[in-house]
Design a protein around this ligand. Structure first.
Ligand SMILES: [Zn+2]
Length: 261
């Protein structure tokens, strides 16, 4: 009876949504080709210097991360915190942390937009099922009402597809921005000059991230260069699963042994 009503135009929404894991946010970040101490120095002292308040980290929290970093090297070297002097550990605020925080906000916004689009898609899918039932079953609705219902669905579908196009454009733009970023940011550095030894940290994702960065920079303070192996915390770029670095690896023990015959 209702066969003349144009048959449902399939939703192409499913294939249009680029459901991505936002992997570009989990970027590898270079730790920089920093100066490293020249000589064997298995006993080091450090102090916590200036912590920019915008990091929202208290000195005792930085101290705790540094103590964990010291623990990492405990098998092969000794790092002791003192109140002043030694290697000065500082958290420096610049565009890097600001950009990181912006990327976190973008990530949350994109995730929210994605959830919203999927919610609308689900709702539309339910309407489509209802419409199919109306087409093939007996209904109290008039032909005009069913046609009206189809128009409503079609209008929502068009609007949702426009939203999806916008969403994909935002995602592509974010991918572009953050893929350029991931290979360029130095998050920490070890420096040794006439004013003494310094570890500067520019980007802190979390306390455990800070610990991993300090482990790496402490390694430079011991005299280690980069060790481009995934198993080593001395890799020039810190992997995303940096929390797995719990204690000094064999390759690092060997490198330290080579420095300190
Ligand atoms: Zn490095």
């Amino acid at each position: 009876m209702l066969a003349f009503v144009p048959y449902w135009i399939p939703l192409y929404i499913k294939r249009m949504i680029r459901i991505q894991l936002l992997s570009f946010f989990l970027s590898l970040i270079f730790l920089g080709l920093n100066a490293h101490a020249e000589t064997c120095s298995p006993a080091k002292v450090y102090s916590i210097g200036e912590i920019d308040p915008r990091f929202h980290l208290q000195p005792y929290e930085v101290s705790a991360s540094a103590a964990q970093a010291a623990e990492y090297w405990a098998h092969s070297a000794s790092f002791q915190e003192i109140s002043d002097g030694g290697i000065t550990v500082e958290l420096k605020w610049d565009h890097r942390q600001e950009r990181f925080l912006k990327s976190e906000r973008d990530k949350r916004d994109i995730s929210r937009a994605r959830v919203e689009v999927l919610r609308k898609k689900e709702k539309l899918e339910q309407k489509r099922v209802v419409y199919e039932a109306l087409l093939h079953g007996n209904s109290d609705l008039s032909r005009a009402q069913i046609v009206g219902f189809l128009r409503e669905i079609e209008s929502e579908r068009s609007s949702l597809n426009r939203e999806i196009v916008d969403f994909n454009e935002t995602l592509l733009l974010a991918e572009k921005v953050y893929s350029q970023w991931k290979t360029s940011d130095v998050v920490g550095e070890y420096r040794q000059d006439t004013s003494g030894e310094k570890i500067n940290v520019f980007l802190v994702r979390s306390k455990s991230h800070l610990t991993a960065v300090l482990i790496h920079e402490f390694g430079h303070a011991l005299g280690l260069s980069h060790i481009e192996k995934p198993s080593s915390v001395m890799n020039s770029s810190l992997p995303d699963d940096y929390e797995r670095f719990k204690r000094v690896s064999e390759v690092e023990k060997e490198a330290i042994a080579a420095l300190c015959p």
